[in-house]
Ligand binder design. Structure first.
Ligand code: AHR
Length: 496
């Protein structure tokens, strides 16, 4: 293969990119749910039944297929019965994990399901193994999905919801190696087997059960879970955050960083590929048919909290660097769609690598939002085979490929190619060879880029980083001569 060439094999399909790879995670943490999504019916911020109209409209535009809720670490302290019934009577609790705030439980099961309805999104409920009982988890499923006469179904109806909800995705615990109970994998595997026994399918509601998975490169966790409980699960999760610094002593600033930190961030997001391959190899040993999905239900950047904000709220700004992390991650997930069946970016609004930031009634869209909007065309499309031979770059002690790519074909035969130039300085110039496409071809492109590596949208200047038309290509038959600017995420649409 020639140097500086990318081949898109439009006639070689390699499975379907599950739309759930474009999933989200929204936890009761900081201003993620309260203020970010839920303002209450009495708020002066325009809302529908308590949920912000501006946030819903923006999120609808990125076609969120699935949202994981209520945590995170919060899930293993959450008692769902506190969050139903008349709101003024709901129990107030302390959100001990995240900032010690009083949680008034005004956003509970009914409100979350209402959000999902408004967005046309599937719920992914995470149950409490760490501090909850088997009965509590079992009754939550009964409350949500039982159709007929039963104590929980009757209670749901008394609370205003006649029909059961459709719930497919159910997580049995979260990070049970850490905030979810500090368990050993052998112990959690046994608990998983026990709890999931009572997570029942009622009527035609068939649950997809997700076991709490490994932290980063804890391959032993995956080994033990697959060996002891693989046959009782549909999905196994993995969590991996892109942190340029050290988790405990300083993660690094979201907006004030060096070129070396840029390079290290790129190196660390690329590490996702190795993690998926190694965890997959272990899963293949026990599940060669790939029945069990890999569920990357927490991923994204994690920086030091924005100065002046509560560190327990995990509020961070979002730059073009975050856009690159999103673009590269989604390319990697697309390229592993044989095993990766869902991914949930952490988190939707005001927390970690958010799509949306709010300040009172104001709202801005982050560079990460724009990547999700551009990439939504890959949802449920056929993954195409890609061959890549492009330059590597060395910066900050890191040697990394300059370009990241994935490609898909949608149901109408349109090919979409997402291209990231990870280089902080230089354009990436290469030939894109489009194989297996009938002449003549028509190419359209959009690009997200900026001059400055810290470029971001603010409440004062909300449109600094936005997609624009991409014209950096020359069509020559089936070859495109491409020039991608530094620090860019591009989406090409090819029709013939
Ligand atoms: O997303 C923030 C936290 O990160 C989640 O609550 C937890 O599961 C993870 O450690």
């Amino acid at each position: 293969m020639e140097n500086n060439q990318v081949i898109i094999n439009a006639d070689i399909e390699q499975g379907t990119i599950n739309k759930n790879i474009y999933g989200h995670f929204a936890e009761h943490l900081g201003r993620g749910i309260y203020e970010g999504i839920w303002v209450g019916e009495e708020s002066s911020i325009p809302n529908t039944n308590g949920i912000r109209n501006d946030v819903v409209a923006a999120l609808k535009n990125i076609n969120i297929p699935v949202i994981r809720w209520p945590g995170g670490c919060f899930a293993d302290e959450y008692h769902w019965k506190d969050g139903i019934g008349p709101r003024e009577g709901r129990k107030r609790m302390v959100n001990t994990h995240w900032g010690g705030l009083v949680e008034n439980n005004h956003f509970g099961t009914h409100e979350f399901m209402m959000l999902c309805d408004m967005l046309g999104t599937e719920p992914y409920i995470c149950g409490n193994v760490g501090s909850g009982t088997v009965q509590e988890m079992s009754e939550w499923v009964e409350y949500m999905t039982f159709d007929g006469e039963s104590p929980m179904a009757n209670w749901r109806q008394e609370n205003g919801r006649q029909e059961p909800w459709k719930v497919k995705y159910f997580g049995v615990g979260n990070e049970n190696w850490g905030c979810g109970g500090n368990m050993r994998p052998e112990y959690y595997a046994d608990l998983y087997r026990r709890y999931q026994t009572y997570v029942r399918n009622y009527g035609d509601n068939k649950l997809y059960k997700i076991a709490g998975g490994a932290n980063v490169d804890d391959y032993n966790w995956t080994e033990v879970l697959m060996r002891e409980a693989g046959h009782m699960m549909d999905g196994l999760s993995i969590h991996y955050y892109t942190i340029p610094g050290d988790f405990w002593t300083g993660k690094g600033s979201a907006t004030d960083f060096t070129e070396d930190e840029w390079a290290i961030t790129m190196q660390r997001v690329l590490h996702t590929d190795e993690l998926i391959r190694k965890h997959s190899n272990i899963m293949d040993k026990y599940d060669p048919g790939k029945r069990v999905g890999m569920i990357i239900d927490e991923w994204g950047t994690w920086f030091d909290a924005e100065p002046g904000t509560n560190p327990g709220f995990l509020y961070q700004q979002n730059t073009i660097r975050d856009a690159l992390v999103a673009g590269v991650s989604l390319n990697i997930f697309n390229n592993h769609c044989d095993r990766v069946q869902m991914a949930n970016i952490a988190q939707t609004v005001n927390v970690l690598q958010a799509m949306i930031l709010t300040d009172g009634a104001k709202m801005i869209l982050t560079p990460t939002y724009h990547v999700f909007e551009m990439y939504k065309v890959h949802q449920d499309a056929k993954k195409l085979a890609v061959d890549i031979n492009v330059d590597s770059i060395t910066s900050g002690g890191a040697t990394i490929p300059q370009v990241s790519v994935s490609a898909s074909k949608d149901k109408d035969g349109k090919v979409h190619i997402s291209l990231c130039n990870l280089d902080n300085h230089a354009d990436a110039t290469f030939t894109l060879n489009l194989r297996g496409i009938v002449d003549p071809i028509h190419v359209a492109g959009r690009i997200l880029t900026s001059e400055q590596m810290e470029a971001r949208n603010t409440f004062e200047e909300p449109t600094v980083v936005e997609p624009t038309a991409f014209t950096g290509f020359i069509v020559d038959g089936h070859n495109l001569r491409i020039t991608l600017p530094s620090k860019s995420v591009t989406l090409l649409a090819i029709e013939s």
